[in-house]
Design a protein around this ligand. Sequence first.
Ligand code: UD1
Ligand code: CA
Length: 447
Amino acid sequence: MAERAAVILAAGQGTRMRSPLPKVLHPVGGRAMLDRAIDAAQALGCEKIVVVAGAHSPEVAAHARARLGPDSVAIQDPPLGTGHAVRAAEGALSGFTGDVLVSYADTPLLDAAAVAPLFEARAEAHLAVLGFVAADPGPYGRLVLEGERLLRIVEAKDASAAELQIAHCNSGVLAAPGPLLFELVAEVRNENAKGEYYLTDVVSLANGRGLRVVAAFAPEARVLGVNSQAELAAAEAVFQQSQRRAALDRGVCMPAPETVMFSWDTELQPGATVEPNVVFGPGVRVETSARIRAFSHLEGCHVAPGAIVGPYARLRPGADIGPDAHIGNFVEVKNVAVGAGAKANHLSYLGDGSVGARANIGAGVIFCNYDGFDKHRTEVGDDAFIGSNTALVAPVKVGAGAYTGSGSVIARNVAPDALALERSAQVEKPGWAARFRAMKAKLRRPV
Ligand code: UD1
Ligand code: CA
């Protein structure tokens, strides 16, 4: 296999998004579009990846550097078109003679399988472009084909009425040997409707040199380009649809799949059940026979076999719910390991700590983990019983088998099997209520 590098274009202004967040950092399936483009390039075996970012959005450059290292970013300033953007990457790839894959960071559903035909086509041509047949070609560039040869790409804004009828469109992904690609982009001119240096012009330039240019094709769903919030939502819908389908095919029980939202890395084992209206943020793993009940929100957490979560539960990063444990309605768990068979069924906050096996956390229990500066841990032992409305002021430990009385504020450790009570003695005044009502009735009597 020839050596491969990738140039990912991410320097456009993204003005059609009308958002303060740079376009390519908008997520699909909880993962920034830029990261998805990098994932695809890595899966294709590209050893060197250069992200072209604009000086106008330093967040994009910072994001790429954080993931790929300091030499991974080329700055295009100002952005004068996709062809101009590829030129910005030339220095970073100097001396590289293998194939260069160019892709756009605003094509979030592209994956290695969809690009594979491009490399097959490239093997028997100088330059290969990944196209697709669009249901509604709209603003996409059109492929002017002659048999399997690609003669040129015409942008929609520059196309004649006849060319606009072409359904074969440009995905933006192409492959060519690095030295040839950089020679061709250096020749691109900007005499067109947008006054931009179009990468797509390398096709006619290569044909002008008598080189062989071909198109390979990918399913439209894999190459959707995102330029607006509506197109972002459309890409998200396609992503969600394929995740739901894959989960069902794997044996996840999901009676209303269209109401469940997945992230790119959601891991649901066969035999898990997901009720309607559940949202999975990134980093969730749910094991077999666990049940996620309706209207729950989970991210960065693990749910062991047989556990029941929700309805209306919130699991935040570091929540590790043990086998057969129950997390009920309006219970929030963050960075807490909940032991096997433990229960926290109603209206609680469990943050930073651990709950032992079979422990019972009563309604309204709060782990008071934060003092305004630092977070502290609460450790509840096996078989402990935390009475309703107990405030556990961390750092604090409740020993195995201990009880806390309802309404107690527990700020010191509790020994195993003890009862800790923090409550004033109850006062009772016999007949007080009857006297009170009589007094009120007398005051209201009309004079
Ligand atoms: C582009 C293609 C079009 C194709 C479509 C597929 C060109 C001229 N047109 O159009 O044929 O059908 O994608 O989605 O290439 N970018 C830069 N620097 C720039 C301009 C853009 O890095 O100066 C980046 C953008 O951040 C984006 C990508 O290149 O990730 C594509 O740019 P965009 O303006 O969205 O091109 P389209 O109009 O969608
Ligand atoms: Ca685009």
